[in-house]
Design a protein around this ligand. Structure first.
Ligand code: ADP
Ligand code: NI
Length: 227
């Protein structure tokens, strides 16, 4: 039996002060959504039901951002503390290795140059995390993150670019609206799992409608005095 309460305590203590969209509740949503996607694919007989895979999705979802370079000042020390917690919470060394592999290889930035291979549980966690960048919550997270790093909402003179490296992803001058073109609209094509693809499609449509509406308001074309 895994002591999930210990893992929740670890995640809460590490993520409690985050205001960039990577807080504890983001981890909990990723854990829940990842499990729901997995459950749905099991029911559609896309994958074999396995309680261990479900548990690994739950654990990795909760802690995936605790070692993120954006969140913590010392990712290596945090990873060591996390390993200790996982062991204490009752994970076997193979289960711990699965979680560590997932959370150290799943980020968007680490997958720009070359796609990293993930375990079955890792594929669901990565899809759930990417889905958190889409939909209504994804929009909120994008503008929060963009504001935090000093980016403008939109500037028609700054064009979107094609992202080719981690460095460029983190440091090029851009706007949050460009981030939709540069990253968010590409996520749907990167999904690993059947349910993840389906939900990514829905959430991307929502995002596209939002951007279209944003541009209408910017251009003034949503205003019709005759209506
Ligand atoms: P990952 O967690 O896979 O490393 P990121 O940390 O880059 O991915 O993204 C996490 C969240 O921050 C997402 O919701 C994403 O849209 C948002 N984000 C990342 N970079 C930017 C940016 N330049 N502008 C706006 N939002 C961003
Ligand atoms: Ni995340």
């Amino acid at each position: 039996m895994i002591a999930f309460d210990e893992i929740v305590r670890f995640a809460k203590s590490r993520l409690k002060d985050d205001t960039t969209g990577h807080d504890f509740w983001h981890g909990q949503r990723v854990a829940r959504l990842g499990q729901r996607l997995y459950q749905a694919d099991c029911e559609k007989q896309q994958v074999r039901p396995d309680p261990e895979t479900r548990d690994l999705i739950h654990v990795a979802g909760l802690v995936h951002d605790t070692i993120d370079e954006k969140i913590c000042s010392d990712p290596e020390a945090t990873l060591e503390a996390l390993k200790h917690t996982l062991e204490h919470a009752g994970l076997t060394s193979a289960q711990e290795a699965d979680v560590v592999m997932t959370i150290t290889h799943m980020s968007y930035s680490k997958n720009i140059k070359q796609r990293q291979s993930l375990s079955l549980s890792g594929k669901y966690v990565q899809d759930a995390d990417r889905l958190e960048a889409l939909g209504a919550i994804g929009i909120a997270r994008a503008f929060t993150y963009g504001g935090r790093v000093g980016n403008k909402i939109y500037d028609p003179e700054i064009r979107p670019v094609k992202l080719v490296s981690h460095e460029q992803y983190r440091h090029h001058e851009s706007t949050t609206l460009n981030h939709f073109d540069e990253k968010l609209f590409h996520l749907e094509a990167l999904m690993n799992t059947s349910s993840g693809k389906h939900l990514a499609h829905e959430r991307t449509l929502y995002l596209k409608a939002y951007v279209a509406r944003f541009k209408e308001e910017w251009d003034g074309t949503d205003f019709n005095p005759d209506k």
